[in-house]
Design a protein around this ligand. Structure first.
Ligand code: AMP
Length: 306
């Protein structure tokens, strides 16, 4: 039961049609760690500057997130991202990306991480994701990768190299179209699976997520919520729930991946209820179980075929 998480740890500034955040803690690996640590111990790999709050690191350590692989560059600045959501809260524009410490990040996998069976490559430079895979002495049971349009635009060749080495790719619908050049998501999935990953998850925000494998498809809805406060990190939280469930159960079958998609959707539904990682810090195991039950009620039905 061991999981390595790689990804950005960041400051975010978020604007929605309903409000604006100050500079708050975010980052792909931050959201993944807060989420996945509900299911399994996490071994984090990332980089932050001297300006990153010590309390945040302590709070993660208190949740059994190992920070041995997190480099702290005392005299440099943490990665910064700002984004503005459109009225539908499903689409957004990146206003600013300051790579700062992420610009020349050389990850080092600590010896104590070498026995990990599961690897979650969260959003950051594909060359960093590849370097982590190459440093592992034993191939993990399952490698999951999340990325975004930014890296398709600035590092497509590196991204294609890492795609050839992973098992599950997670991207959103517009990124699947961008990567494949196909408008139909079914055609896009077939094109992308030829690039390497045997499984593909296409996230569609409030419209749920699709899991593709060979010619099988599974769909999980997103929970219809009365209010979405901040969708930032929903994708990362989804990834954290997915890999957290897989690492906990150690079962990498397609059937178990279906459950993992539901767990990811349930966790993401919490994340959007408050700004940043706030909601993920508050929830208990009982909250998670109650939400999973809501998913069962949402999609369960009987039908008599005559
Ligand atoms: P999501 O909403 O799940 O797509 O993820 C949002 C998180 O991704 C934010 O907390 C950002 O700090 C982080 N992020 C945004 N752009 C990048 C990037 N180019 N590389 C790594 N992380 C990023």
């Amino acid at each position: 039961m061991s999981l390595i998480v790689v990804g950005s740890m960041a400051f975010d500034a978020i604007e929605t049609p309903f409000g604006k955040s100050d500079k708050i803690v975010g980052g792909a690996a931050t959201f993944i760690a807060w989420c996945a640590s509900n299911f399994t111990p996490v071994k984090q790999i990332s980089v932050v500057g001297g300006d990153f709050p010590q309390e945040e690191l302590e709070a993660l350590a208190a949740r059994k997130v190992s920070l041995e692989g997190v480099q702290i560059k005392k005299d440099e600045k943490t990665f910064f991202w700002s984004g503005r959501y459109h009225m539908d809260m499903n689409t957004r524009d990146t206003l600013e990306t300051q790579l700062n410490v992420l610009g020349d990040f050389k990850p080092v996998v600590p010896d104590s991480y070498q026995d990990c069976e599961f690897l979650m490559l969260g959003n950051l430079a594909p060359s960093v994701q590849l370097s982590v895979i190459e440093q592992l002495k034993t191939k993990p049971k399952l490698i999951v990768l999340d990325t975004m349009n930014f890296w398709m635009e600035v590092a497509l060749d590196d991204l294609k190299k890492v795609l050839a080495k992973i098992d599950v790719l997670m991207i959103n619908d517009s990124e699947a179209r961008q990567l494949s050049g196909d408008y139909s998501l079914v055609k896009a999935a077939a094109t992308i699976m030829k690039m390497g990953p045997k499984y593909l998850v296409i996230k569609k925000g409030e419209h749920g997520a699709l899991l593709f494998h060979g010619n099988q498809v599974f769909f999980a809805p997103a929970l219809p919520l009365e209010e979405v406060f901040d969708p930032t990190g929903a994708g990362d939280t989804f990834a954290g729930g997915f890999i957290g469930h897989i690492a906990k159960t150690k079962d990498i079958s397609f059937e178990n991946m279906k459950t993992a998609i539901i767990v990811g959707s349930a966790m993401a539904s919490f994340s959007v209820e408050k700004f940043g990682t706030q909601r993920l810090r508050e929830i208990t195991r009982a909250d998670i179980d109650a939400r999973l039950q809501e998913f069962v009620a949402l999609v369960n039905f009987d039908i008599a075929l005559v």
